[in-house]
Ligand binder design. Structure first.
Ligand code: AP5
Length: 224
């Protein structure tokens, strides 16, 4: 099974992607996380991506496609995968289709998470992430027990550089212009496009996603 998590900045792709991976035992490929890790370790890719990410622009398709191809190569062909933040442009979607076709696979489902812009801006402004284990928090909706400290591993919690209000506004524009057209793209393929209202509590969204996956794709958690 190949599933794509699609939606604007702050809608909960990372939050729900991590939960789904745990619930289903699937692999998750999150291009934003991979790019931040490449930037933090100072690889050529990280250096090339930095200026685009800082501006809230998309990193060029050829860099992203090469990155995803490399990660897919490491996976067994039968492994189920959740893509979080990829594809983000029609050329990326076409490249993914070609890579999957080579191994006799295709995109089975696209989970489209939605929420109003004011909710997205508030979520992003309150987001904190652990520098050690990556666990996400939100100072408004899901605060840590001790301010600035990860409940899980005691690591430092930081605010992302691209989460300042101007960059977020630009990221939203970029989403509307370059990524939203993917909904139409996938509606013309065999993939099921499944819209899920992301403007609910994290648990409610999680349940709605599981209901949708069971209904549309016959995907169920073990024991459910
Ligand atoms: P990326 O890291 O993918 O960022 P994004 O798509 O803008 O999404 P976010 O990470 O901001 O939000 P999210 O939907 O994951 O929400 P989250 O779960 O964190 O990309 C960053 C940059 O990398 C891009 O701008 C681009 O430069 C580059 N890039 C990445 N992929 C690329 C690609 N394929 N092509 C080209 N460039 C690429 O939640 C947000 C906050 O809200 C958290 O604090 C969370 O705790 C909280 N929250 C989540 N759900 C809820 C809820 N239901 N209720 C209350 N709070 C909630």
């Amino acid at each position: 099974m190949v599933l794509i998590l699609l939606g604007p900045p702050g809608v909960g792709k990372g939050t729900q992607g991590a939960t789904l991976t745990e619930d289903l035992g699937w692999e998750r490929i999150a291009t934003g996380d991979l790019l931040r890790s490449a930037r933090d370790t100072g690889t050529d890719l990280g250096r090339a991506a930095q200026e685009y990410m800082d501006r809230g622009d998309l990193v060029p398709d050829e860099l992203i496609v090469a990155l995803v191809r490399e990660h897919l190569r490491e996976l067994d062909e039968a492994t189920s995968v959740i893509f979080d933040g990829f594809p983000r442009t029609v050329p990326q979607a076409e490249a993914l289709d070609a890579v999957l076709e080579d191994v006799g696979r295709r995109v089975d489902g696209v989970l489209l998470l939605t929420a109003p812009d004011d909710v997205l801006v508030k979520r992003v402004s309150g987001r904190r992430s652990c520098t050690e284990c990556g666990r996400l928090y939100n100072v408004f909706f899901d605060p840590p027990n001790v301010e600035g400290v990860c409940d899980v591993c005691g690591g430092n919690l930081v605010h992302r550089d691209d989460d300042d209000p101007e960059t977020v506004a630009h990221r939203l524009e970029v989403y509307r212009e370059q990524t939203e057209p993917l909904v139409k793209y996938y509606e013309h393929t065999e993939a099921r496009v499944i819209a899920v209202d992301g403007d609910r509590t994290m648990d409610e969204v999680r349940v709605a996603i599981h209901d949708a996956l069971a209904r549309e794709l016959d995907v169920r958690m073990e024991g459910a």
